[in-house]
Design a binder for this molecule. Structure first.
Ligand code: URP
Ligand code: ZN
Ligand code: ZN
Length: 476
């Protein structure tokens, strides 16, 4: 027995896997931190036997949307309570949603409002990305530099969506601020004018069912914007991260840029591994357009086809992607504030974009480990270690090491689970992955040493125990 007195928690016989190492040991926790890794640690107030399970660093979901203010009477189903509860049950212990600036408003005000939404609600720790929708001189020269210093070191810009998109000139200006202050810009890369031209044409022809969302946003639209964003990054000489990459055409652009030595990082999400355009609806045999159920899978960029899914899996394995996030965008299906805006079925361009997935993110990727598509270390790297580093939270998050927060997930690699919305913990009335079977599931989740999920049972920790994390500068 060692002299590790006064441990709060010891996790015994852990098969620890980090992004780089695998070792068996006991994990000793005091004051929410990992303070000992060794054999035969002294007994603690709480003892947990992890035999037969993997001990992984808690997931860091670097892209999710919780209680984000929405236009036009739309409302997100998940707030910081239900969203973080679902995340914890899915093995995630840190989330990074977005404080979104509205055009005509200040960014600082968006951050203050978003703190009010999070305060007292989160059950796991959280940081904020910013969304820069109106880069006025005050935002560029005062607000952004101050916010970066205060712990908001990553921000997203959009090349599409009327209420969010930036012009090319504005993109360059935001990238330049990031370069000067060491922040990281995340880019939603789709060409707005191509989308609006295609949309007008489809709607004019009466082709309005959800599946036409995919036809309004073909791969070329994503490829062009990806290439343009890369060109801006090269011009300004700053790294960027292309988010929610959907398939091979954008991947080709990113690989090309990485091959030229440019620091172009990329993210993908479960919907591009498991959904296809067919999930947004098929034409009826009678020539009809296809049903409204497809609205459940409407997201941007849209899901593509099996060949693109295979390309995304390959790019996860070969290092093109740095992070794997959920892009959880929680809109209820049967809801006038969700996927049925205005109370009835709507043309595709009025359907709010995005799919839920904060709880299923890790199991869906882990199934790729079982199938031999990626290693356990790659799984941890993509889902925890790299997002923690890129978003300025490492080494507090993203690893199992002395001094790190005791955010640990005990994972059963053999457990077979058929995904069913009834068993999930978000406030959305569907999952796009209903009925899919995966092997590997998070059993027990610790957040700063507190067990908040035990053998799949949510233990109802106090809402508000989750802490805001001031992010440091990105480590690329
Ligand atoms: O369709 C998506 N991805 N919706 C969520 C918002 C965003 O652009 O990430
Ligand atoms: Zn986006
Ligand atoms: Zn998103």
């Amino acid at each position: 027995m060692s002299a590790d007195n006064n441990l709060d928690l010891v996790i015994r016989h852990a098969d620890v896997v980090t992004a780089s190492d695998r070792f068996r040991c006991d994990i000793g926790v005091r004051g929410g931190k990992i303070v000992a890794l060794g054999h035969g640690l002294a007994s603690a107030r709480q003892e947990v036997d992890a035999s037969g399970l993997l001990a992984l660093p808690g997931g860091v979901d670097g892209h999710c949307h919780l209680d984000q203010p929405m236009p036009d009477g739309l409302r997100m189903a998940d707030d910081f309570f239900t969203g973080t509860r679902a995340a914890a049950c899915g093995g995630t212990t840190t989330v990074i949603p977005f404080a979104a600036q509205e055009k005509g408003h200040s960014l600082k005000a968006a951050v203050a409002d978003y703190h009010r939404r999070a305060d007292g609600r989160a059950v796991i720790d959280y940081a904020f990305h910013l969304i820069v929708a109106d880069p006025t001189p005050a935002v560029l020269h005062d607000e952004l530099p101050a916010l970066i210093r205060q712990g908001y070191s990553s921000f997203k810009v959009y090349m599409t969506y009327d209420d969010l998109k930036l012009s090319d000139r504005q993109m360059l200006e935001v990238l330049d601020v990031a370069r000067q202050h060491g922040a990281l810009v995340m880019v939603h890369a789709e060409n707005a004018d191509c989308i609006s031209w295609l949309t007008d044409r489809l709607v004019g022809e009466g082709r309005i069912a959800p599946r036409f969302h995919g036809l309004a946003r073909p791969a070329v639209v994503e490829r062009e914007a990806t290439h343009r964003a890369i060109s801006f990054a090269e011009l300004v000489d700053v790294p960027i991260l292309i988010v929610h990459v959907s398939g091979k055409e954008a991947i080709e652009q990113i690989r090309w840029a990485q091959g030229r030595g440019l620091k172009i990082l990329a993210e993908t999400c479960p919907q591009y591994l498991y959904l296809t355009a067919e999930d947004m609806g098929l034409p009826g045999e009678d020539g009809s357009e296809g049903g409204y159920e497809g609205a459940k899978c409407v997201c941007s960029p849209p899901p593509r086809d099996p060949e693109n899914q295979a390309a995304v899996w390959r790019a996860l394995t070969n290092g093109v992607f740095s992070v794997f996030s959920s892009d959880h965008a929680p809109f209820r299906f049967d809801d006038p504030h969700g996927k049925k805006p205005g109370g009835k079925e709507q043309p595709f361009h009025h359907i709010p974009n995005g799919v839920p997935g904060i709880e299923t993110r890790l199991p869906l990727l882990f199934d790729g480990v079982r199938r031999g598509l990626l290693s356990l270390h790659q799984f941890v790297e993509l889902t925890s270690y790299r997002p923690a580093r890129l978003y300025g939270l490492y080494p507090r998050k993203g690893t199992i090491a002395i001094g790190a927060d005791a955010d640990i997930v005990l994972w059963d690699p053999m457990r077979k689970v058929r995904i069913a919305n009834g068993n999930l913990h978000h406030a959305v009335d569907y999952t796009p992955y209903e009925g899919m079977e995966v092997t590997g599931w998070p059993m027990t989740t610790f957040s700063r040493g507190e067990m908040i999920v035990r053998n799949g049972e949510y233990l109802e920790p106090s809402a508000g125990r989750g802490k805001f994390l001031e992010a440091g500068l990105p480590e690329l």
